[in-house]
Design a protein around this ligand. Structure first.
Ligand code: FAD
Length: 410
């Protein structure tokens, strides 16, 4: 058996050889063995591929899970393995270093150190005209810029069905709206993400008042009796944090084991001694009681192996993961391949007449996922859609620099 040091030396040498290093991406033990049998000299894990095996979107795997997966790949063959650990699950150098140390412990010979944060405040540096700008500020500029066109904006809804022919299309939304237009231009990105709801009858009136799917900004829940439901990193991280902030937390999870980082689980267990942290596993929420009109919970009805119980509750924090859904679009006869719509790069037309698409949702030779590319595609698509939207009219190209912007408020 080759030692980890020997593998590391071999891996380094492979980077310095005359041929480019080909690193295939196994997503489980079977594919690792298969790739090794095909003669590859090293392997690299894939965060997106592994997340998909768990039915989750990329970026929704915990550090513990990624390292356990990497260790399984290491055990599967005698090849050096480098892991896709994204940004090493941290923004601060200390935790990045800790992740690298854990990666070495897992038997890895390499790992990624991607320089990104999931921080909404991270500036964007590569938009033309803005040396750097926050995403929120950029959206404000876009809103201002779209005003002259007086768009009809529908927010917080989701298109679930598209029908019709070019010239008379209809988009049906989740809330029952029907949006009529001559053509449809899709910009659905890599799917719609939404938090998973608890799915308990009668819970809806409490949502946003005493039932939350994520922790709202600037809340003070000290002294509150909080049920945190879930077994992943978010649930455990918040369970610990809320105890530290003075809340009385009961952690409820349907299994006795957790997907969260072992250290956070241990931290919560340690807090149990404080009298303000309690773990109730395995347990499921079966029903809710409270003042529906006010949206104020009084208790959750739980089922445990020892029987049923009513748990007095002020706040129910259900952290059950997220659902990514290209789902409806997959049924729109757009010929999706690997979650993307193949389009004609010259017109951004999909396989279905009347529907064009832009941005991360589409694919064509040379496609590059950047904000600026999406905007350029939108311009090309709109020009291609002109004959459908304005039948009989001649499209004459004019720069707004010369003609001004229509309806611009003075
Ligand atoms: C971590 C990270 C960093 C990045 N940094 C940069 C950068 O610095 N510079 C850069 O140029 N690019 C960057 N990108 C790439 C850039 O963010 C994307 O190329 C761009 O956001 C794609 O825009 P889009 O409109 O196609 O999709 P998105 O921005 O993903 O928007 C799609 C929207 O459609 C919604 N949607 C989906 N389905 C439906 C439906 N059925 N009904 C209604 N709405 C729906 C989604 O909820 C979402 O709001 C980055 C990407 C990532 C992941």
């Amino acid at each position: 058996m080759t030692t980890q040091i020997e593998k590391a030396e071999r891996f380094l040498a492979l980077h310095q050889g005359p041929e480019p290093l080909l690193l295939p991406n196994p997503w489980d033990i079977g594919s690792a063995k298969l790739l090794a049998s095909l003669g590859f000299s090293a392997l690299a894990s894939t965060s997106g591929g592994f997340a998909a095996t768990l039915g989750r979107p990329d970026g929704h795997v915990t550090r513990g899970e990624a390292l356990m997966h990497a260790s399984n790949l290491v055990e599967a063959t005698n090849l050096p393995v480098s892991a896709d650990l994204e940004n090493c699950f941290a923004d601060d150098p200390e935790t990045v270093a800790e992740t690298v140390a854990l990666a070495i412990e897992a038997g890895l010979t390499g790992c990624s150190l991607e320089d990104f944060t999931r921080d909404e405040d991270k500036p964007i540096y590569d938009l033309p005209g803005f040396p750097d700008i926050l995403a929120g500020q950029f959206c404000e500029h876009l809103k201002q810029q779209m005003q002259p066109a007086q768009p009809n904006l529908v927010l917080g809804d989701r298109v679930v069905h598209v029908e019709g022919e070019p010239g008379a299309m209809r988009c049906h939304t989740e809330s029952g709206r029907v949006l009529e237009s001559a053509a449809v231009l899709l910009a659905g990105g890599k799917g719609a993400f939404k938090p998973r709801r608890p799915g308990i009858d009668g819970a809806e009136p409490y949502e946003g008042k005493s039932l939350f799917l994520s922790v709202p900004k600037a809340v003070d829940w000290s002294g509150k009796r909080i049920v945190v439901q879930g077994g992943g990193d978010s649930a455990l991280d918040w369970a610990v944090r809320l105890v530290e902030l003075g809340a009385e937390v009961t952690l409820v999870h349907r299994r006795a084991s957790f997907r969260a980082h072992a250290r956070t689980v241990a931290r919560f267990r340690a807090l149990s001694g404080s009298g303000r942290a309690r773990m109730l596993v395995p347990a499921t929420v079966r029903a809710v009681s409270g003042d529906e009109g006010e949206g104020r919970l009084s208790s959750l009805h739980l089922r445990t192996p020892d029987g049923e119980l009513d748990l007095p509750t002020d706040i129910w924090l259900a952290m059950l993961g997220v659902l990514s859904d290209a789902g409806p679009m997959a049924d729109w006869r757009l010929g999706m391949v690997d979650g993307r719509i193949p389009v004609d790069a010259a017109t951004l037309a999909s396989a279905r007449p009347g529907i064009h698409a832009v941005g991360d949702l589409v694919n064509y030779p040379g496609k590059y996922d950047l904000l600026v590319t999406g905007f350029a595609e939108a311009a090309v698509a709109v020009r291609a859609l002109f004959p459908i939207c304005r039948p009989g009219e001649r499209l004459s190209h004019e720069f707004s620099t010369h003609k001004g912007v229509p309806h611009l408020p003075s």
